[in-house]
Design a protein around this ligand. Sequence first.
Ligand code: IVH
Length: 666
Amino acid sequence: MSEIKAKILALREALEKHNYNYYVLAEPSISDLEFDRLMRELQELEKAHPEYADPNSPTQRVGSDLSKEFAQVTHRYPMLSLANTYSKGEVEDFYQRTARALNEPFEMVTELKYDGLSISLTYEKGLLVRAVTRGDGEKGDDVTANIRTIRSIPLRVHGDYPESFEVRGEVLLPWKEFERLNKEREAQEEPLFANPRNAASGTLKQQDPAVVAARRLDAYFYYLLGEDLPADTHYANLEKARSWGFKVSTNMRICRSSEEVFDYLAHWEEERKNLPVATDGAVLKVNSLRQQRNLGFTAKSPRWAIAYKFPAERVRTRLLSVSFQVGRTGAVTPVANMEPVRISGSTVKHATLNNADFIEKLDLHLGDQVFVEKGGEIIPKIIEVDTAARDPQLGEKVRFVTTCPECGTPLVRAEGEAVFYCPNEWACPPQIKGKITHFVTRHAMDIGLGPETVEDLYEAGYIKNAADLYRLRAEDLLRLPGWQQKSVQNLQDSLEQSKSVPFERVLYALGIRFVGETVARRLANTFLSMDALRQASLEALTQVNDIGARIAQSVCAYFDSPANCEIVNRLKDYGLRMAVDEATLAGRSDKLQGRSVVISGTFTRHSRDEYKTLIEQHGGKNSSSVSGKTDFILAGDNMGPAKLEKAQKLGIKIINEDEFLNMIAE
Ligand code: IVH
């Protein structure tokens, strides 16, 4: 073996060991700095010596290759699900039924039911060769490239492992990461994930492993399969898997009576709240593999196991006060402030109260004892008020405010709408800040400013609207805490770059009520310039495809306001794009006039958004679902299987990106 190769192998082994200590044992053995140094050294050696490349090298975890469509793989052993129950009585029945069927002493392993996404990993000669999702149980998606980015999953196992085996477990997004991810998405105005399971599943379906790597998934393993397993009990096999490098829960128990099983359930129903990951129940499994074989399977699930689901967590706490939050459009949302309680892995102090009608229906009083539930939703809900526990002398009935809590303006409620609005859009601080924050988000002008910074700039009196951003002066910024030459330069650069953001995004950035990204694109491609749009009549607006009276009225109202027009004029003076650019104009045609197009999959020549724009620029219409009205589907690399099936059934033409580009270029 060459010296270089030996060095590479040694580095890989060292990095794997440190990875394992950090991600599986949570006991780091070297500093992050040192780790990065070793990683860079290995990266450089591998780059200089591609002949020693190895997909299982720790350098490959960052996920550099953009994978295409997930291949479908048939499971060697089908991935069955478990019979499940919410009833402790049925757990007892299961235990007794098992005892009768076996008619000999037996052990029952109890473990936690992790609430993530199940995955099956295949190892050959100690190396991870394939990772497949559950899919329909028979076949799943090959997500190996994504799974390789999960640091707690060994790419190579150590010790006395069999030549070939499968190990199954759950991919999870820890609570902490879940909360971090949602915070990030909130700041970017992207839809939030309702729970860690959805987040994990959305992450694993990502086509770009680099995105997966950034999300810091974790995985716990609970089932070992193969022809030559090391032990003849489930528990001992998992202990072996642990010794090879897998993260196996340390919270499994061997129970020898149903009392022990129920002790376990009672203990974890409470204790699970302190775990770093989501659990939704416990699983009981007969320990002996021989006894498992004797019990066998039904068509869907093993007879030797059952899942008990914990009841949805519901806690009682006290309502302290109700606040009313004002959003960027002026909509006022009531929020309950409660005595903090732990629920499903996090501390909860606030709950949504929806609107005035909801408060009325609950008959909510200050100081009430309330029941809060965190179901699949993001924000917990008050589901019930304990009216019996109310002291009639004390708590005042909660009433919806009649004036804006931020600026004192009387609120208005449109006929037939549940929401109250503050109409003072020009002087109500949260509306001003909200509009600026919206203006700078990624899908709008993409100026690197977070809500806190916008707040600081507003409080300092530097900005009152989006146009003010373009006249910020370096010397003023440098006076604020936290600003340095570098951050000022960054802001100036991104303001400069925003001047080449296309017109449709500038229009979206204005934050006109009901004008989201799709509507903005449609308006931009129909009217072509801000001036033309400003002059458009209500009728002209409603004549545009998909633009109804509500949107048309909102656009007219926006441009009826001299203050809005002044901001738009100033933005124009600062150099923002106020019209569809020349090249685009020249490239326009009516080749797709009246045609309805559905886009599906991922593309290489242009982004999806660019294709949407191209379709409209050639007179076509984007539609999100396949129907009899669809003229053709523009399909990229990983077209959704449901769309494909529907298109085939309806006989709709599917064209690829090259064909599409030819079609509009002809
Ligand atoms: S055992 C044949 N153990 O729950 C038995 N499953 O409905 C295979 N799960 O698809 C599953 N924690 O995704 C098992 N400790 C655990 C589990 C567990 C979570 C999931 C798994 C499975 C589903 C069963």
